[in-house]
Write a protein that binds this ligand. Structure first.
Ligand code: NCD
Length: 316
């Protein structure tokens, strides 16, 4: 089965075979990115517009690089300086951009569902680069590729996701993807940072970090997403680090070959000890960044193929 999506709005609509197809293609782009000439012109002639309504380092830089390496005309909209600041609605901005015939629209937005709205209004393929606390599909896919390369498989693994689950679109997309690929997911954190109805996802929930890490193959740490908190969710950052921060002593509860992940940006000394983050024998945080470019190249390549097919054009 090939990749049949018109947009990439979340992990939810993806079939496991589509996830595998995307990761296989991403492996090919990892090899290309490690070579001296990093170009494959599969997006030549296509226009990619990046719209980031929230701060971003890794995601925005990797979407831009991914598009450029594949030969697209890439434009980064400076959203802080756009007409939205003059009162234009998101829909009117979308229609304005749509009139310029973009083929790929990458959007990050603080409102859950904003990307779905955009997808209804434009002719190009929309890629969700993070919408509120809803989904961040390319992050889950790059995490999956990192895990698959480090562990040699993406099934029957025990993955512990720790910290601020409630406000995390990364946790949500990972939970869905890892479940689809038949892994065991554990969520670790204080009850105040667990989303309502999380038990429906079929994962185990732990308040005690050591118990939750027992036998884990993968330990995924998350930032406290204060920008999405409307009050005090933890007593103090010091107390949080003491109970839920990953240090050598807590990591010793996981499997001896467990890998440590973090989507970034990290807050050292809050959710993770800097020594663990920098330990090249355990931490795959830099590999995650590398996989991010390859996964975004694969996603845009596959979406562009479907765009061309829908328009009745030959492959580029
Ligand atoms: C995450 C995000 O924006 O959701 N970062 C990322 O894309 N790498 C996680 C976070 O902000 O903590």
């Amino acid at each position: 089965m090939s990749f049949t999506q018109r947009h990439l709005l979340g992990i939810e609509p993806l079939h496991p075979d589509e996830i595998t197809a995307l990761l296989d293609l991403a492996d090919h782009y990892v090899a290309l990115n490690r070579s001296t000439s990093k170009h494959a012109e599969v997006l030549a002639g296509l226009t990619q517009i990046n719209m980031f309504f929230e701060a971003s380092t890794r995601t925005q830089a990797s979407f831009e690089l991914a598009g450029k390496r594949l030969g697209a005309d890439v434009m980064n909209m400076a959203m802080a300086q756009s007409s939205l600041k003059k009162g234009e609605t998101l829909i009117d901005t979308a229609l304005t951009l749509n009139a310029m015939h973009p083929d790929l629209l990458v959007m990050r937005h603080p409102a859950s569902g904003a990307v779905n709205l955009l997808a209804e209004k434009v002719n190009g393929a929309v890629i969700n680069a993070g919408d509120g606390r809803h989904e961040h599909p390319t992050q889950a896919l790059l995490d999956a590729l990192t895990i698959r390369r480090a562990k040699g498989r993406l099934h029957r693994l025990t993955v512990a996701i720790c910290g601020d689950i409630a406000h995390s679109r990364v946790a949500r997309s990972n939970l869905i993807l890892l479940g689809k690929m038949e892994n065991r997911v554990r969520l670790i954190g204080p009850p105040t940072l667990m989303p309502a109805g999380v038990a429906d996802f079929g994962c185990e929930i732990f308040e005690d970090m050591r118990a939750g890490l027992e036998g884990a193959d993968v330990v995924m740490m998350l930032r406290l997403q204060k920008e999405r908190m409307d009050g005090a969710f933890i007593p103090s950052e010091r107390e949080f680090f003491h109970r839920f921060g990953l240090d050598a002593e807590k990591l010793a509860c996981a499997k001896p070959d467990a890998i440590v992940m973090h989507p970034g940006p990290m807050n050292r000394g809050v959710e993770i000890d800097g020594l663990i983050a920098d330990d090249i024998n355990r931490s795959v945080i830099q590999e995650q960044v590398e996989m991010g470019v390859a996964v975004r190249m694969a996603a845009m390549d596959l979406l562009a193929r479907n765009l061309r097919a829908a328009r009745g054009e030959a492959a580029g």
